[in-house]
Design a protein around this ligand. Structure first.
Ligand SMILES: Cc1cc2nc3c(=O)[nH]c(=O)nc-3n(C[C@H](O)[C@H](O)[C@H](O)COP(=O)(O)O)c2cc1C
Length: 244
């Protein structure tokens, strides 16, 4: 972590990032990294489906007995990132008294979205979302699905009505991205804006080029490599079931 990022220019805050089983788990990983790079404390929780998608999309798997976040955010960001078990409903962020500045569920599956919209609170990620809404604090949801059913749209509308910011995982091309990493950072920058986090992750429209523009996640390969899980006989199942 560079000295600039370690400096006390910005007050250190606490943020929560929930990673669920929608496509685009890399957004959540990059969000946690970016918040840590800014010197903030980040609590990360991953749903079981989120861990499966991390393995499918990035070959990232939690090593047996891993107690820190290095395997997911890399060794540079790990000291500021705490990985919380999604079953830990007793963890700090599950309480309204915990001083969370903002929370993001990134990406947010339609399953998690529906459960938050119904107030289920059946795991830490859902509970944190519920707490942020009841406390009137920042909750940013990053849904990813296409097409959207009326049920999805109803849940999104309900959650926006309840106070959440809906920031869909929709890549933008007006910045003329030169790489997938730039597309990822653009979305993550929008999420941090919605969380109220000052940052210089990307160049802002109409503003001079930022020195941080184009930094890529340290532990995520640019080339995802061969796709052993997408052999021809599997394609049909994945395509129909998950819109993967
Ligand atoms: C490779 C893969 C991609 C998926 N992509 C999505 C997606 O983009 N959106 C979504 O809502 N569900 C997606 N799913 C399905 C969810 O993972 C599934 O509904 C899961 O139960 C969600 O659980 P969670 O909300 O606890 O994370 C995907 C599943 C897989 C295996």
């Amino acid at each position: 972590m560079s000295e600039a990022h370690e400096s006390s220019e910005r007050p250190q805050k606490r943020y929560f990032v929930g990673i669920t089983g929608a496509s685009g788990v890399v957004y959540g990983v990059r969000l946690a990294q970016a918040l840590a790079e800014l010197g903030h404390r980040v609590d990360v929780s991953i749903s079981d489906a989120g861990e499966r998608v991390l393995a499918i999309e990035h070959d990232l798997r939690r090593p047996a007995g891993a107690s820190d976040a290095r395997w997911i955010v890399g060794s540079e960001a790990a000291p500021r990132v705490r990985l919380l078990d999604n079953r830990s409903i007793e963890a700090g962020p599950a309480s309204g008294t915990y001083p969370l500045a903002a929370a993001a569920i990134c990406p947010c599956s339609m399953g998690t979205l529906g459960r938050i919209a119904s107030g289920y609170s059946s795991c830490l990620i859902e509970r944190v979302a519920d707490v942020q809404l009841k406390e009137g604090r920042s909750l940013v949801l990053v849904p990813r699905e296409t097409p959207l059913s009326r049920i999805h749209l109803d849940h999104l509308n309900r959650l926006a009505w309840a106070g959440a910011t809906i920031a869909p995982a929709m890549p933008a091309f007006y910045t003329r991205p030169r790489s997938i990493e730039e597309l990822i950072d653009h979305l993550v920058a929008k999420v941090m804006d919605a969380m109220g986090v000052p940052h210089e992750l990307v160049r802002r429209w109409g503003m001079p080029k930022s020195e941080h523009h184009g930094r890529r996640p340290p532990n995520l390969p640019t080339d995802p490599g061969p796709r052993p899980d997408l052999e021809p006989e599997d394609r049909h199942d994945l395509g129909e079931g998950c819109d993967a």
